[in-house]
Design a protein around this ligand. Sequence first.
Ligand SMILES: [Zn+2]
Length: 458
Amino acid sequence: MGIALIWCLALILIKWITSKRRGAISYDSSDQTALYIRMLGDVRVRSRAGFETERRGSHPYIDFRIFHSNSEIEVSVSARNVRRLLSFQRYLRSSRFFRGITVPNSSNILDDDYNGQAKCMLEKVGNWNFDIFLFDRLTNGNSLVSLTFHLFNLHGLIEHFQLDTMKLRRFLVMVQEDYHSQNPYHNAVHAADVTQAMHCYLKEPKLSKSLTPWDVLLSLIAAATHDLDHPGVNQPFLIKTNHYLATLYKNTSVLENHHWRSAVGLLRESGLFAHMSLENRQLMESQIGDLILATDISQQNEYLSMFRSHLDRGDLCLENANHRHFILQMALKCADICNPCRTWELSKQWSEKVTEEFFHQGDIEKKYHLGVSPLCDRQTETIANIQIGFMTYLVEPLFGEWARFSNTRLSQTMLGHLGLNKASWKGVQREQSGSGDDVDPAFEEMDSDILPQEPRLS
Ligand SMILES: [Zn+2]
Protein backbone atom coordinates (compact mmCIF):
# COMPACT_ATOMS: atom_id res chain seq x y z
CA MET A 1 0.00 0.00 0.00
CA GLY A 2 1.40 3.37 -0.95
CA ILE A 3 2.02 6.08 1.61
CA ALA A 4 -0.64 8.23 -0.02
CA LEU A 5 -3.19 5.48 0.38
CA ILE A 6 -2.26 4.93 4.04
CA TRP A 7 -2.47 8.66 4.65
CA CYS A 8 -5.84 8.74 2.95
CA LEU A 9 -7.12 5.87 5.07
CA ALA A 10 -5.79 7.54 8.21
CA LEU A 11 -7.64 10.72 7.33
CA ILE A 12 -10.83 8.82 6.70
CA LEU A 13 -10.41 7.05 10.03
CA ILE A 14 -9.87 10.30 11.92
CA LYS A 15 -12.86 11.84 10.20
CA TRP A 16 -14.95 8.80 11.01
CA ILE A 17 -13.92 8.86 14.67
CA THR A 18 -14.59 12.58 15.10
CA SER A 19 -17.87 12.40 13.25
CA LYS A 20 -18.79 9.37 15.29
CA ARG A 21 -18.10 11.39 18.43
CA ARG A 22 -20.24 14.19 17.13
CA GLY A 23 -22.72 11.71 15.75
CA ALA A 24 -23.21 10.40 19.25
CA ILE A 25 -24.74 13.70 20.09
CA SER A 26 -28.43 13.39 20.16
CA TYR A 27 -31.34 15.34 21.31
CA ASP A 28 -34.45 13.69 22.53
CA SER A 29 -37.19 16.14 21.73
CA SER A 30 -39.83 14.07 23.47
CA ASP A 31 -38.41 14.62 26.94
CA GLN A 32 -36.09 17.52 26.10
CA THR A 33 -33.16 15.56 27.36
CA ALA A 34 -29.99 16.46 25.71
CA LEU A 35 -28.01 13.41 25.20
CA TYR A 36 -25.20 15.78 25.05
CA ILE A 37 -26.56 19.21 24.41
CA ARG A 38 -23.66 21.45 25.05
CA MET A 39 -23.49 25.17 24.80
CA LEU A 40 -21.13 26.49 22.21
CA GLY A 41 -17.98 27.24 24.13
CA ASP A 42 -16.27 28.88 21.21
CA VAL A 43 -17.01 32.30 19.95
CA ARG A 44 -17.85 31.91 16.36
CA VAL A 45 -20.49 34.45 15.76
CA ARG A 46 -22.38 34.55 12.57
CA SER A 47 -22.45 37.89 10.85
CA ARG A 48 -23.67 38.77 7.40
CA ALA A 49 -20.22 38.02 6.12
CA GLY A 50 -20.22 34.56 7.57
CA PHE A 51 -18.53 33.39 10.73
CA GLU A 52 -16.22 35.79 12.41
CA THR A 53 -13.82 34.60 15.04
CA GLU A 54 -13.29 36.30 18.33
CA ARG A 55 -11.19 35.26 21.24
CA ARG A 56 -12.23 32.00 22.74
CA GLY A 57 -14.50 32.57 25.60
CA SER A 58 -17.52 31.27 27.31
CA HIS A 59 -20.16 32.98 25.27
CA PRO A 60 -23.01 30.93 24.06
CA TYR A 61 -23.74 30.74 20.39
CA ILE A 62 -24.99 34.11 19.29
CA ASP A 63 -26.70 34.58 15.99
CA PHE A 64 -25.52 38.01 15.03
CA ARG A 65 -27.87 38.27 12.10
CA ILE A 66 -30.43 39.67 14.50
CA PHE A 67 -28.24 42.64 15.29
CA HIS A 68 -27.74 43.57 11.67
CA SER A 69 -31.34 43.68 10.64
CA ASN A 70 -34.04 46.16 11.51
CA SER A 71 -36.55 43.50 12.26
CA GLU A 72 -35.84 40.45 14.29
CA ILE A 73 -35.28 37.34 12.30
CA GLU A 74 -37.19 34.37 13.48
CA VAL A 75 -34.58 31.88 14.56
CA SER A 76 -35.73 28.40 14.04
CA VAL A 77 -34.73 25.72 16.47
CA SER A 78 -35.41 22.66 14.49
CA ALA A 79 -33.93 19.50 15.87
CA ARG A 80 -31.38 19.67 13.08
CA ASN A 81 -30.24 23.14 14.10
CA VAL A 82 -30.00 22.08 17.68
CA ARG A 83 -27.94 19.07 16.81
CA ARG A 84 -25.54 21.20 14.84
CA LEU A 85 -24.81 23.33 17.87
CA LEU A 86 -24.48 20.62 20.42
CA SER A 87 -21.55 19.29 22.30
CA PHE A 88 -19.11 21.87 21.14
CA GLN A 89 -17.04 21.50 24.26
CA ARG A 90 -16.69 17.83 23.58
CA TYR A 91 -16.04 18.42 19.89
CA LEU A 92 -13.33 20.95 20.67
CA ARG A 93 -11.59 18.49 22.92
CA SER A 94 -11.53 15.72 20.35
CA SER A 95 -10.51 18.20 17.70
CA ARG A 96 -7.63 19.46 19.87
CA PHE A 97 -6.59 15.89 20.48
CA PHE A 98 -6.41 15.11 16.79
CA ARG A 99 -4.49 18.30 16.16
CA GLY A 100 -2.00 17.22 18.81
CA ILE A 101 -2.78 20.13 21.11
CA THR A 102 -2.56 19.31 24.77
CA VAL A 103 -5.10 20.93 26.99
CA PRO A 104 -3.93 22.48 30.24
CA ASN A 105 -5.32 20.65 33.24
CA SER A 106 -5.70 17.46 31.28
CA SER A 107 -2.81 15.94 33.13
CA ASN A 108 -3.56 14.31 36.38
CA ILE A 109 0.06 13.79 37.23
CA LEU A 110 0.86 15.70 40.34
CA ASP A 111 3.78 16.03 42.60
CA ASP A 112 3.41 13.66 45.56
CA ASP A 113 3.65 16.60 47.86
CA TYR A 114 0.62 18.23 46.24
CA ASN A 115 -1.30 14.97 46.37
CA GLY A 116 -0.44 14.63 50.03
CA GLN A 117 -1.63 18.14 50.80
CA ALA A 118 -4.86 17.61 48.85
CA LYS A 119 -5.50 14.41 50.80
CA CYS A 120 -4.84 16.27 54.02
CA MET A 121 -7.38 18.89 53.04
CA LEU A 122 -9.99 16.22 52.33
CA GLU A 123 -9.74 15.10 55.93
CA LYS A 124 -11.33 18.44 56.79
CA VAL A 125 -13.85 18.49 53.96
CA GLY A 126 -16.68 19.15 56.42
CA ASN A 127 -15.01 22.30 57.70
CA TRP A 128 -16.82 25.52 56.74
CA ASN A 129 -13.45 27.26 56.22
CA PHE A 130 -12.48 24.74 53.54
CA ASP A 131 -10.50 26.65 50.92
CA ILE A 132 -11.76 25.33 47.59
CA PHE A 133 -9.41 27.57 45.61
CA LEU A 134 -6.38 26.06 47.32
CA PHE A 135 -7.82 22.57 46.92
CA ASP A 136 -8.33 23.21 43.21
CA ARG A 137 -4.71 24.24 42.84
CA LEU A 138 -3.47 21.23 44.78
CA THR A 139 -5.50 18.89 42.59
CA ASN A 140 -4.33 20.56 39.37
CA GLY A 141 -7.80 21.86 38.55
CA ASN A 142 -9.58 18.64 39.42
CA SER A 143 -11.32 19.81 42.57
CA LEU A 144 -14.79 18.76 41.46
CA VAL A 145 -13.78 15.19 40.59
CA SER A 146 -11.57 14.70 43.66
CA LEU A 147 -13.97 16.23 46.14
CA THR A 148 -17.14 14.56 44.87
CA PHE A 149 -15.48 11.15 44.57
CA HIS A 150 -14.24 11.52 48.13
CA LEU A 151 -17.71 12.49 49.37
CA PHE A 152 -19.32 9.50 47.62
CA ASN A 153 -16.87 7.32 49.48
CA LEU A 154 -17.25 9.14 52.78
CA HIS A 155 -21.03 8.79 52.71
CA GLY A 156 -20.76 5.09 51.85
CA LEU A 157 -22.60 5.59 48.55
CA ILE A 158 -20.20 3.50 46.45
CA GLU A 159 -20.79 0.49 48.62
CA HIS A 160 -24.49 1.07 49.26
CA PHE A 161 -25.40 1.50 45.59
CA GLN A 162 -22.80 -0.96 44.33
CA LEU A 163 -21.24 1.68 42.12
CA ASP A 164 -18.49 0.88 39.66
CA THR A 165 -15.71 3.26 40.70
CA MET A 166 -14.37 3.52 37.14
CA LYS A 167 -17.80 4.59 35.89
CA LEU A 168 -18.15 6.99 38.78
CA ARG A 169 -14.81 8.60 38.04
CA ARG A 170 -15.64 8.79 34.34
CA PHE A 171 -18.98 10.41 35.11
CA LEU A 172 -17.33 12.98 37.38
CA VAL A 173 -14.63 13.74 34.82
CA MET A 174 -17.32 14.37 32.19
CA VAL A 175 -19.21 16.62 34.60
CA GLN A 176 -16.08 18.60 35.39
CA GLU A 177 -15.17 18.93 31.73
CA ASP A 178 -18.59 20.20 30.79
CA TYR A 179 -18.20 23.22 33.02
CA HIS A 180 -16.61 26.08 31.11
CA SER A 181 -13.25 26.80 32.65
CA GLN A 182 -13.22 30.17 30.85
CA ASN A 183 -16.13 31.41 32.95
CA PRO A 184 -14.75 33.53 35.77
CA TYR A 185 -17.47 32.32 38.12
CA HIS A 186 -19.74 29.60 36.74
CA ASN A 187 -17.08 26.95 36.40
CA ALA A 188 -16.23 23.62 38.00
CA VAL A 189 -14.69 25.28 41.06
CA HIS A 190 -18.04 26.90 41.87
CA ALA A 191 -19.69 23.48 41.47
CA ALA A 192 -17.09 21.95 43.80
CA ASP A 193 -17.69 24.73 46.31
CA VAL A 194 -21.46 24.18 46.24
CA THR A 195 -20.92 20.42 46.65
CA GLN A 196 -18.69 21.03 49.66
CA ALA A 197 -21.27 23.36 51.20
CA MET A 198 -24.01 20.81 50.54
CA HIS A 199 -21.94 18.21 52.36
CA CYS A 200 -21.70 20.55 55.36
CA TYR A 201 -25.49 20.92 55.39
CA LEU A 202 -26.09 17.19 55.02
CA LYS A 203 -24.05 16.72 58.19
CA GLU A 204 -26.28 19.05 60.19
CA PRO A 205 -27.91 17.02 62.99
CA LYS A 206 -31.53 17.50 61.90
CA LEU A 207 -30.75 16.32 58.40
CA SER A 208 -28.13 13.67 59.02
CA LYS A 209 -30.35 11.65 61.30
CA SER A 210 -33.22 11.50 58.83
CA LEU A 211 -31.58 11.38 55.41
CA THR A 212 -31.43 8.14 53.48
CA PRO A 213 -28.48 7.13 51.26
CA TRP A 214 -30.75 7.90 48.30
CA ASP A 215 -31.26 11.50 49.54
CA VAL A 216 -27.51 11.97 49.99
CA LEU A 217 -26.81 10.52 46.55
CA LEU A 218 -29.25 12.88 44.84
CA SER A 219 -28.03 15.87 46.81
CA LEU A 220 -24.39 15.37 45.87
CA ILE A 221 -25.14 14.72 42.19
CA ALA A 222 -27.44 17.75 42.01
CA ALA A 223 -24.87 19.97 43.72
CA ALA A 224 -22.06 18.84 41.41
CA THR A 225 -24.14 19.27 38.25
CA HIS A 226 -26.38 22.22 39.17
CA ASP A 227 -24.67 24.68 36.75
CA LEU A 228 -23.47 22.18 34.16
CA ASP A 229 -22.48 23.75 30.83
CA HIS A 230 -23.27 27.27 32.08
CA PRO A 231 -22.51 29.74 29.28
CA GLY A 232 -21.39 32.58 31.56
CA VAL A 233 -24.34 34.79 30.67
CA ASN A 234 -27.79 34.96 32.19
CA GLN A 235 -31.26 34.04 31.00
CA PRO A 236 -32.30 37.52 29.78
CA PHE A 237 -29.19 37.51 27.60
CA LEU A 238 -30.14 34.17 26.08
CA ILE A 239 -33.67 35.43 25.47
CA LYS A 240 -32.64 38.66 23.82
CA THR A 241 -30.12 36.93 21.57
CA ASN A 242 -32.71 34.35 20.53
CA HIS A 243 -30.59 31.54 21.85
CA TYR A 244 -32.06 28.17 20.95
CA LEU A 245 -32.18 27.09 24.60
CA ALA A 246 -34.45 30.03 25.44
CA THR A 247 -36.84 28.83 22.77
CA LEU A 248 -36.46 25.21 23.77
CA TYR A 249 -37.37 25.92 27.39
CA LYS A 250 -39.91 28.62 26.58
CA ASN A 251 -37.96 31.36 28.36
CA THR A 252 -38.54 29.69 31.72
CA SER A 253 -35.71 28.52 33.97
CA VAL A 254 -33.75 28.22 30.75
CA LEU A 255 -30.35 27.70 32.34
CA GLU A 256 -31.56 25.44 35.14
CA ASN A 257 -33.44 23.24 32.69
CA HIS A 258 -30.33 23.01 30.58
CA HIS A 259 -28.13 22.14 33.59
CA TRP A 260 -30.57 19.43 34.59
CA ARG A 261 -30.97 17.96 31.11
CA SER A 262 -27.23 17.99 30.59
CA ALA A 263 -26.77 16.15 33.89
CA VAL A 264 -29.31 13.55 32.82
CA GLY A 265 -27.43 13.15 29.53
CA LEU A 266 -24.17 12.48 31.35
CA LEU A 267 -25.80 10.10 33.83
CA ARG A 268 -27.14 8.08 30.91
CA GLU A 269 -23.89 8.24 28.96
CA SER A 270 -21.80 7.08 31.91
CA GLY A 271 -24.03 4.10 32.66
CA LEU A 272 -23.28 4.74 36.33
CA PHE A 273 -26.72 3.54 37.38
CA ALA A 274 -27.33 1.12 34.54
CA HIS A 275 -27.64 -1.67 37.10
CA MET A 276 -30.64 0.00 38.73
CA SER A 277 -34.21 -0.51 37.62
CA LEU A 278 -35.57 1.83 34.96
CA GLU A 279 -38.14 3.05 37.47
CA ASN A 280 -35.44 4.07 39.95
CA ARG A 281 -33.35 5.75 37.28
CA GLN A 282 -36.34 7.75 36.12
CA LEU A 283 -37.15 8.72 39.69
CA MET A 284 -33.55 9.79 40.18
CA GLU A 285 -33.55 11.96 37.05
CA SER A 286 -36.77 13.66 38.04
CA GLN A 287 -35.72 14.29 41.65
CA ILE A 288 -32.35 15.68 40.56
CA GLY A 289 -34.36 17.98 38.31
CA ASP A 290 -36.45 19.18 41.26
CA LEU A 291 -33.28 20.03 43.14
CA ILE A 292 -31.53 21.80 40.27
CA LEU A 293 -34.63 23.75 39.22
CA ALA A 294 -34.90 25.06 42.80
CA THR A 295 -31.64 26.95 42.25
CA ASP A 296 -33.42 29.30 39.84
CA ILE A 297 -33.18 32.39 41.97
CA SER A 298 -36.18 33.95 40.23
CA GLN A 299 -38.23 31.43 42.19
CA GLN A 300 -36.63 32.33 45.50
CA ASN A 301 -39.66 34.16 46.89
CA GLU A 302 -41.92 31.18 46.30
CA TYR A 303 -39.54 28.75 48.00
CA LEU A 304 -38.86 31.15 50.82
CA SER A 305 -42.50 31.80 51.62
CA MET A 306 -43.21 28.09 51.57
CA PHE A 307 -40.26 27.52 53.91
CA ARG A 308 -41.43 30.34 56.20
CA SER A 309 -44.97 28.95 56.36
CA HIS A 310 -43.69 25.50 57.32
CA LEU A 311 -41.46 26.99 60.00
CA ASP A 312 -44.28 29.18 61.35
CA ARG A 313 -46.58 26.19 61.55
CA GLY A 314 -43.80 23.94 62.81
CA ASP A 315 -45.10 21.15 60.64
CA LEU A 316 -41.92 19.97 58.91
CA CYS A 317 -41.58 16.28 59.45
CA LEU A 318 -38.39 14.84 58.06
CA GLU A 319 -39.76 11.31 58.23
CA ASN A 320 -41.89 12.45 55.32
CA ALA A 321 -39.96 12.03 52.04
CA ASN A 322 -41.65 15.07 50.46
CA HIS A 323 -40.65 17.29 53.36
CA ARG A 324 -37.12 15.93 53.27
CA HIS A 325 -36.82 16.71 49.59
CA PHE A 326 -38.15 20.21 50.13
CA ILE A 327 -35.47 20.77 52.78
CA LEU A 328 -32.84 19.44 50.38
CA GLN A 329 -34.03 21.98 47.81
CA MET A 330 -33.60 24.72 50.41
CA ALA A 331 -30.19 23.33 51.35
CA LEU A 332 -29.03 23.37 47.73
CA LYS A 333 -30.32 26.94 47.35
CA CYS A 334 -28.30 27.91 50.41
CA ALA A 335 -25.21 26.08 49.13
CA ASP A 336 -25.54 27.86 45.80
CA ILE A 337 -25.53 31.38 47.23
CA CYS A 338 -23.44 30.79 50.34
CA ASN A 339 -20.43 32.80 49.13
CA PRO A 340 -21.18 35.79 51.38
CA CYS A 341 -21.39 33.40 54.35
CA ARG A 342 -17.81 32.20 53.93
CA THR A 343 -14.77 33.86 55.46
CA TRP A 344 -13.91 37.27 54.01
CA GLU A 345 -10.84 35.87 52.19
CA LEU A 346 -12.94 33.31 50.31
CA SER A 347 -16.03 35.44 49.97
CA LYS A 348 -14.15 38.37 48.47
CA GLN A 349 -12.64 36.17 45.77
CA TRP A 350 -16.08 34.88 44.77
CA SER A 351 -17.45 38.42 44.68
CA GLU A 352 -14.71 39.51 42.32
CA LYS A 353 -15.22 36.52 40.07
CA VAL A 354 -18.97 36.89 39.74
CA THR A 355 -18.66 40.61 39.06
CA GLU A 356 -16.10 39.90 36.37
CA GLU A 357 -18.61 37.57 34.72
CA PHE A 358 -21.41 40.16 34.93
CA PHE A 359 -19.18 42.88 33.49
CA HIS A 360 -18.04 40.58 30.73
CA GLN A 361 -21.66 40.09 29.73
CA GLY A 362 -22.16 43.87 29.90
CA ASP A 363 -19.20 44.38 27.58
CA ILE A 364 -20.75 42.09 24.95
CA GLU A 365 -24.10 43.80 25.36
CA LYS A 366 -22.49 47.19 24.84
CA LYS A 367 -20.51 46.03 21.85
CA TYR A 368 -23.58 44.70 20.08
CA HIS A 369 -26.01 47.36 21.32
CA LEU A 370 -28.12 44.86 23.20
CA GLY A 371 -28.86 47.11 26.13
CA VAL A 372 -26.73 46.49 29.18
CA SER A 373 -28.38 44.27 31.79
CA PRO A 374 -28.70 45.48 35.37
CA LEU A 375 -25.50 44.97 37.40
CA CYS A 376 -23.48 44.33 34.25
CA ASP A 377 -22.18 47.82 33.50
CA ARG A 378 -18.60 48.24 34.67
CA GLN A 379 -18.94 51.99 34.18
CA THR A 380 -21.68 52.44 36.75
CA GLU A 381 -21.57 49.40 39.04
CA THR A 382 -19.19 48.46 41.81
CA ILE A 383 -18.54 45.13 43.50
CA ALA A 384 -19.50 46.65 46.84
CA ASN A 385 -22.90 47.88 45.63
CA ILE A 386 -23.70 44.59 43.95
CA GLN A 387 -22.69 42.56 47.00
CA ILE A 388 -24.58 44.68 49.49
CA GLY A 389 -27.75 44.43 47.40
CA PHE A 390 -27.29 40.70 46.92
CA MET A 391 -26.78 40.12 50.64
CA THR A 392 -29.67 42.34 51.70
CA TYR A 393 -32.32 41.04 49.35
CA LEU A 394 -31.37 37.45 48.72
CA VAL A 395 -28.82 35.99 51.10
CA GLU A 396 -29.95 37.38 54.45
CA PRO A 397 -33.62 36.36 54.06
CA LEU A 398 -32.67 32.83 52.97
CA PHE A 399 -30.05 32.21 55.64
CA GLY A 400 -32.23 33.80 58.30
CA GLU A 401 -34.91 31.17 57.64
CA TRP A 402 -32.31 28.40 57.35
CA ALA A 403 -31.04 29.32 60.83
CA ARG A 404 -34.60 29.06 62.13
CA PHE A 405 -34.79 25.56 60.70
CA SER A 406 -31.32 24.47 61.73
CA ASN A 407 -30.14 26.58 64.61
CA THR A 408 -26.66 25.19 64.92
CA ARG A 409 -23.15 26.47 65.29
CA LEU A 410 -22.71 26.32 61.52
CA SER A 411 -25.78 28.50 60.93
CA GLN A 412 -24.54 31.04 63.45
CA THR A 413 -21.08 30.98 61.87
CA MET A 414 -22.58 31.61 58.44
CA LEU A 415 -24.71 34.50 59.70
CA GLY A 416 -21.65 35.86 61.51
CA HIS A 417 -19.56 35.90 58.32
CA LEU A 418 -22.48 37.38 56.40
CA GLY A 419 -22.71 40.30 58.83
CA LEU A 420 -18.97 40.91 58.83
CA ASN A 421 -18.66 40.68 55.06
CA LYS A 422 -21.53 43.09 54.55
CA ALA A 423 -19.89 45.53 56.95
CA SER A 424 -16.62 45.19 55.02
CA TRP A 425 -18.32 45.95 51.70
CA LYS A 426 -20.07 48.91 53.32
CA GLY A 427 -16.66 50.17 54.35
CA VAL A 428 -15.45 49.84 50.78
CA GLN A 429 -18.59 51.55 49.54
CA ARG A 430 -18.08 54.46 51.94
CA GLU A 431 -14.52 54.89 50.74
CA GLN A 432 -15.65 54.89 47.13
CA SER A 433 -18.71 57.08 47.32
CA GLY A 434 -18.56 58.95 50.57
CA SER A 435 -21.86 57.46 51.73
CA GLY A 436 -22.61 54.02 53.00
CA ASP A 437 -26.25 53.52 52.22
CA ASP A 438 -26.30 52.84 48.53
CA VAL A 439 -28.12 49.69 47.63
CA ASP A 440 -28.13 48.78 44.03
CA PRO A 441 -31.53 49.76 42.65
CA ALA A 442 -31.61 46.55 40.63
CA PHE A 443 -32.14 44.67 43.87
CA GLU A 444 -34.85 46.92 45.20
CA GLU A 445 -37.36 45.67 42.68
CA MET A 446 -37.86 42.10 43.63
CA ASP A 447 -39.45 41.51 40.29
CA SER A 448 -38.92 37.93 39.38
CA ASP A 449 -38.23 38.76 35.76
CA ILE A 450 -35.61 41.36 36.41
CA LEU A 451 -33.73 40.71 39.55
CA PRO A 452 -33.15 37.05 39.91
CA GLN A 453 -31.18 36.30 36.84
CA GLU A 454 -28.92 39.26 37.18
CA PRO A 455 -27.43 38.83 40.61
CA ARG A 456 -27.58 35.14 40.14
CA LEU A 457 -24.66 33.53 41.83
CA SER A 458 -25.85 30.11 41.02
ZN1 LIG B 1 -24.52 27.82 41.00
